[in-house]
Design a protein around this ligand. Structure first.
Ligand code: MOS
Length: 740
């Protein structure tokens, strides 16, 4: 019997490999004669290097060399090492000059025969500097006196205006103006950034922990000034990325440079401390929100002004205002984004860039409005429900947010909540209940997949995307099996290698929509070939049967009306010379983006319990309900959602990269002092999906689920904290001293 395939909660096909330690990550690979690189980082925040003293290091056993400004190979494509419109092309530190732009910037690499020798050698490199005062980072709520310098260069961050904000505000009976601030946050994937680079003549191979093998291939070949085909990037398994492995950062170029310099394969694994600054982080933000409303809750005006920071030498702006433009039907709306420059590593996309901090501000201020006019927060949101996208002025391809509110409220028991702050308690604990909307746009990028039906009836799929821990291997296998009427066991998927047809970077929750569409279309194309082979073949039981009458099921092609009339792929191919059938398809967006607003939606409900005397905050319950198109695998999808919601707990209560404004140095660059939740921090948590059939959004019918989990979670918790304590905390993270 054919299994039900799409939606089935099947186990990860790579699960066994992972839990038994047989899955090989980039740093697990080995090459004969491999040597080890360890980075030396700057200890000033701004200035230049006067000199290196490497005498002691070079005397150490096993040390081959110290690569730094002076002996580092010249980078041919360095002129391309400039701020780009492509957010993944970051300006790198490649030891081409002696400038120091931030504290903890890579300035040299010690290369030795063992990792230990390299670590020891790196500790003995002495550097003298000419130091200047670093420009301090955005103080995120602790002190907001600064002048934003400039407009971001990116299209989605231009100022926007709908209607007339002033007029809208003058027509309001209640006006709420508040500023929300979020700190610098640092992605901390379990697997650190790591790679092994080796040269074979002109050809470079890299095992590299990345969210995008083809992006790395493109960038590195450009910088070396060599043909793309000469660079091979492999990432079979990746232990999380969260945006941090989406760009090609300095170390990815430094390792092959070092391999060239010493003529040996070089392995470079970043220390945890090195991951705070040189591989991106989420910028701190200051967000001013204004909402005008009538007595009945109808918004007359809404504005969202964001300031974030970028580095002194490159540009990235946190697009926090983009959701506020379209989430509610306010006729008058304005948004702005501004940047300051600081001597820090360049910020980057971190899980739901823009949406996560931006919706914290938006859904917090909406909660404040609900209290100001004494209205239920869900009723207020329904009152301002956007039936069409008011920013793009387009219909939604599908939007089931109403159902998300309603089902979420029911599951959570929202009706039991008494709205008055501090009105619910148990013993010493104040209980708070809060809710928020969640949303994430549907992204899609050009992707190619190849599907091959082999003479033994098994199917091989090849695509140059990668599984960053999200379950891509599993769901792509399911997609191909579904189209071809096979069991997932009969399908093998190969990914994570630039040898396979080019596919998307795994970022912006886009892999399943992009690669999933390519796999769908390639599988449909190869199925069509098989059908043609059958109905044109006099010897086939399907000879002369109309193509539309033929379906694929259980490894067979058969007629819709009579499953017995048909044959297996095996017999079909055997009769036709035992040659495989294959199809390669490039899948890209048609015009759906011009005609529809494409988004996944959700609701988050959170309950907190706060020890009144100690201020200790626990998130005791969290329920997320999402509508994200077709759900391909109930198990991996739920894992994605729960991971995002836990990230929300992390962002709401814990994460805070502390940068000393005097030196630009991170004060807590380790997982002991940079807090993220552990199992004991997470109590009852669950995630649900609402069935949503959306045939417009893309051929796979899916919306991304990698980031939407975090988006509303932060404000749901913040709103619950207010409900529990009567204290509105507008500066993340919400730590115990703030509620006392
Ligand atoms: Mo993600 S922050 O879109 O890699």
């Amino acid at each position: 019997m054919a299994k039900k395939l799409i939606g089935d909660p099947i186990d990860r096909i790579d699960g066994d490999l992972k839990v038994t330690g047989r899955a090989r990550y980039s740093a697990d690979m080995k090459r004969p004669d491999m040597v080890y690189g360890v980075l030396v980082m700057s200890s000033i925040g701004n200035g230049r290097i006067r000199s290196f003293d490497t005498a002691e290091t070079l005397k150490m056993p096993g040390v081959l060399t110290v690569m730094s400004y002076g002996n580092a190979p010249k980078v041919a494509g360095i002129n391309k090492n400039k701020p780009s419109e492509v957010a993944t092309d970051r300006v790198m530190s490649l030891f081409q000059d002696n400038k120091v732009h931030y504290n903890n910037q890579p300035i040299a690499m010690v290369i030795a025969d063992t990792f230990e020798h390299a670590v020891d050698g790196a500790a003995r490199v002495k550097v003298t500097y000419e130091s200047q005062k670093p420009k301090p980072p955005l103080p995120a709520g602790r002190n907001n006196t600064f002048t934003p310098e400039r407009l971001p260069r990116y299209d989605d961050q231009v100022d926007t205006k709908r209607g007339n904000l002033k007029a809208g505000l003058s027509g309001a009976s209640t006006k709420v103006t508040e500023t929300y601030t979020t700190p610098t946050q640092t992605h901390n994937a379990l697997e650190p950034h790591a790679l092994i680079a080796y040269w074979e003549g002109e050809k470079l191979t890299m095992y590299n922990a990345t969210q995008g093998v083809s992006g790395v291939q493109k960038r590195i070949s450009e910088l070396f000034g060599m043909p793309k085909e000469n660079v091979r990037v492999i990432a079979q398994f990746v232990g999380g990325g969260f945006g941090s492995k989406g760009a090609t950062w300095s170390h990815v170029m430094l390792a092959p440079m070092a391999a060239k310099l010493v003529g040996k394969p070089v392995k470079l694994v970043l220390m945890r401390e090195h991951m705070f600054g040189m591989v991106g982080w989420r910028s701190s933000t200051v967000q001013k929100m204004v909402v005008g409303t009538k007595k009945d809750g109808e918004f007359t005006a809404l504005s969202h002004d964001t300031i974030s920071q970028t580095s002194a030498f490159d540009e990235f702006a946190e697009p926090a205002g983009t959701i506020s433009r379209m989430m509610y039907a306010s006729p008058n709306m304005e948004s702005t984004h501004r940047l300051i420059r600081a001597n820090i590593g360049t910020p980057s996309a971190m899980r739901a860039p823009g949406e996560a901090p931006g919706v914290f501000a938006l859904e917090s201020v909406v909660d404040e409005v609900a209290y100001a006019i004494n209205m239920d927060p869900i009723a207020l949101r329904l009152k301002n429900y956007a039936e069409t996208d008011p920013h793009k002025n387009l219909p939604f391809s599908s939007k089931s947010l109403r159902e998300c509110y309603q089902q979420g409220a029911e599951r959570f028991g929202w009706a039991k909540r008494t709205p008055e702050p501090r009105s619910m308690r148990e013993g010493n604990e104040l209980i708070g209940m809060g809710m928020a909307s969640s949303i994430y746009p549907v992204n899609r990028a050009e992707s190619t997949a190849l599907v091959r039906i082999k003479p033994d009836g098994k199917v091989q799929v090849e695509t140059g995307t990668q599984d960053i821990g999200t379950g891509t291997y599993t769901v792509m296998t399911q997609v191909a099996a579904d189209v071809l009427g096979l069991s997932p066991d009969d399908v093998t998927l190969s990914a994570g290698d630039t040898r396979f047809p080019e596919s998307t970077t795994s970022g912006g929750s886009r892999t399943t929509a992009s690669t999933g569409s390519a796999v769908t279309q390639a599988a449909q194309a190869v199925l069509k070939q098989a059908k043609q082979l059958a109905y044109k073949d006099k010897r086939s039981p399907l000879f002369n049967v109309a193509e539309a009458e033929i379906v694929a099921e259980n490894g067979r092609l058969q007629t819709k009306s009579d499953p017995r009339q048909g044959e297996t792929f095996v017999s079909l191919l055997k009769r036709n010379g035992s040659k495989p059938l294959e199809a390669k398809m490039l899948s890209k967006s048609a015009d759906e983006k011009d005609n529809y607003s494409l988004n996944a939606f959700g609701s988050i409900f959170a309950e907190v319990r706060i020890d009144e005397a100690l201020g200790r905050i626990r998130v005791s319950r969290m329920i997320g309900t999402f509508a994200a198109g077709r759900i391909l695998n109930a198990k991996t999808a739920r894992s994605q959602i729960l991971g995002g919601m836990i990230w929300g707990v992390s962002m709401a209560l814990l994460e805070d990269t502390l940068i000393d404004p005097r030196t630009g140095r991170v004060m807590n660059p380790n997982l002991a002092e940079y807090h993220v939740p552990v199992n004991a921090d997470i109590e009852e948590i669950d995630g649900f999906f609402i069935e949503e059939k959306d045939e417009t959004v893309n051929p796979a019918g899916v919306k991304g689920i990698g980031e939407i989990g975090v988006v509303g979670s932060v404000s749901a918790i913040a709103n619950a904290v207010y409900h529990a304590t009567g204290k509105r905390i507008r500066d993340l993270p919400i730590t115990l001293e703030k509620v006392l």
